[in-house]
Write a protein that binds this ligand. Structure first.
Ligand SMILES: Nc1nc2c(ncn2[C@@H]2O[C@H](COP(=O)(O)OP(=O)(O)OP(=O)(O)O)[C@@H](O)[C@H]2O)c(=O)[nH]1
Length: 404
């Protein structure tokens, strides 16, 4: 069955919308206001640049080859990502041929509620027209909404050699920033990403876009830093399992190979759980966990944080000698995260100065963390309480070792 054939909206592409992760939990009171719109990410660019393909591959699990047969989009397609994922927002796919000066194109409305604008440039094609379009879009959108984050995807780079990729990126960056400077708009910041739907680069780029819209990002990164430093972990990611977007990582640089390994591990765990798991109503539950030893004396560790999120860690084999400490610190981390989002829900409209942003991340954690972990402190300061508790946990464990 295809999405188009399904009047109930339960299916996306050939997949059930829940992707086998069990029934939706009831939303906690006040987490989202049904009348309120989610933050919006716009996908713009010339025709055939790859916008619909990106959206389908990242959020609807369509395989890259299937996009060869996608029809051209001729009206704005709005896709609500909230039902199948922890990260809540809307993606609007804007057709390449749309005319901004047409009265039917309500720029105030479209750019006004927009958190990020992704402009897709086909790197395999002549990009001069795309660059002038980019300048026009950016100038217009910035005038309406100064808070928009502008992200340029230099797309389809699978067709370019490594040298060519770097040269193309340099050239596009130079021309785009020069054009903005000439127009007196050099205060606008553009971010550039090399992407392709045929590898993980598109997921990585989307992760970075989504992260910029998460008000609690710094807290999440801080928590991950504390977990890794106290558990002999080399790298940690907080993944949105359905989309394989990582919503936060620790402050060490991201190595693409590590990211790909983590994505593969999520696939393995979900597939195994779906095939052999005990539950009929979904693969991923609050006890989901896995350790995989690789032949490079590296270990991958996955632990479920809630129905949508998982912590993925990479560590050396000798780092997992004391699995108890890792497990204990993980529980403290999970508890601290819960407090971050409970505090966010309490703060509702005042944290970012950009009301729609405050609803980016769904506060369903409250309803899903029912594994008996109690809260250690209250409110946003409680997250700091979580930090010291984490440190304290390791101190106690070390003390125990000393005593031994
Ligand atoms: N080689 C390569 N081809 C891609 C990539 N992404 C998309 N394509 C192809 O580009 C073509 C156009 O993709 P679409 O997603 O329909 O482009 P669009 O920007 O949505 O086009 P409009 O709907 O006309 O605005 C399709 O044949 C895709 O398979 C990529 O990363 N690499």
């Amino acid at each position: 069955m295809s999405f188009e054939d399904d009047p109930t909206g339960t299916y996306v592409g050939s997949f059930p919308k829940g992707f086998g992760y069990g029934p939706e939990e009831t939303e906690i009171e006040g987490a989202t206001n049904p009348g309120e719109e989610k933050p919006r990410i716009l996908l713009m660019g010339l025709r055939r640049s790859g916008k619909s393909s990106i959206q389908k591959v990242v959020f609807h699990k369509v395989s890259p080859n299937e996009t060869l047969f996608l029809e051209s989009t001729n009206k704005i397609v709005k896709d609500d990502i909230s039902n199948s994922s922890f990260v809540q927002f809307q993606i609007w796919d804007i057709p390449g041929q749309i005319d901004f000066f047409d009265a039917a194109f309500d720029s105030e409305d479209i750019f006004g509620g927009c958190g990020a604008l992704i402009f897709v440039i086909d790197a395999q094609d002549d990009y001069m027209e795309a660059l002038s379009r980019l300048q026009m879009v950016v100038t217009r959108a910035h005038k309406i909404n100064e808070n928009i984050k502008f992200e340029v995807f230099i797309h389809k780079v699978d067709g370019l050699s490594d040298d060519n990729k770097i040269e193309t990126q340099r050239d596009i960056l130079q021309r785009a920033t020069d054009e903005l400077a000439d127009a007196g708009m050099d205060n606008i910041r553009l971010s550039f990403h090399l992407t392709s739907i045929y590898d993980h680069s598109i997921f990585e780029a989307f992760s970075k876009v989504v992260q910029k819209l998460i008000p609690q990002l710094a807290i999440l990164e801080n928590l991950l830093d504390i977990v890794i430093s106290n558990s002999k972990i080399e790298k940690a990611f907080l993944f949105d399992v359905v989309s394989k977007i990582y919503i936060a990582t620790d402050s060490s640089p991201v190595d693409m190979q590590c990211y790909e390994l983590c994505c593969d591990m999520i696939d393995v765990v979900i597939d195994m759980s779906c095939i052999y798991g005990a539950r009929d109503d979904g693969a991923f539950d609050n006890e989901s966990a896995a350790f995989i030893k690789l032949n490079s004396s590296t270990v991958l560790f996955l632990r479920e944080v809630n129905r949508h999120l998982a912590l993925l860690c990479i560590l050396r084999e000798d780092g997992c000698e004391n699995r108890g400490i890792i497990e204990y610190n993980f529980k403290c981390f999970r508890s601290a995260i819960q407090e971050v989002f409970v505090a966010r829900n309490k703060q509702a409209n005042k944290s970012t100065g950009h009301p729609q942003m405050d609803h980016l991340v769904n506060g369903q954690i409250d309803g899903t963390l029912d594994s008996g972990i109690s809260s250690q402190s209250n409110g946003m300061l409680g997250a700091a309480g979580g930090h010291s508790f984490l440190n304290g946990s390791v101190r106690r464990a070390d003390d125990d070792d000393d005593d031994d």
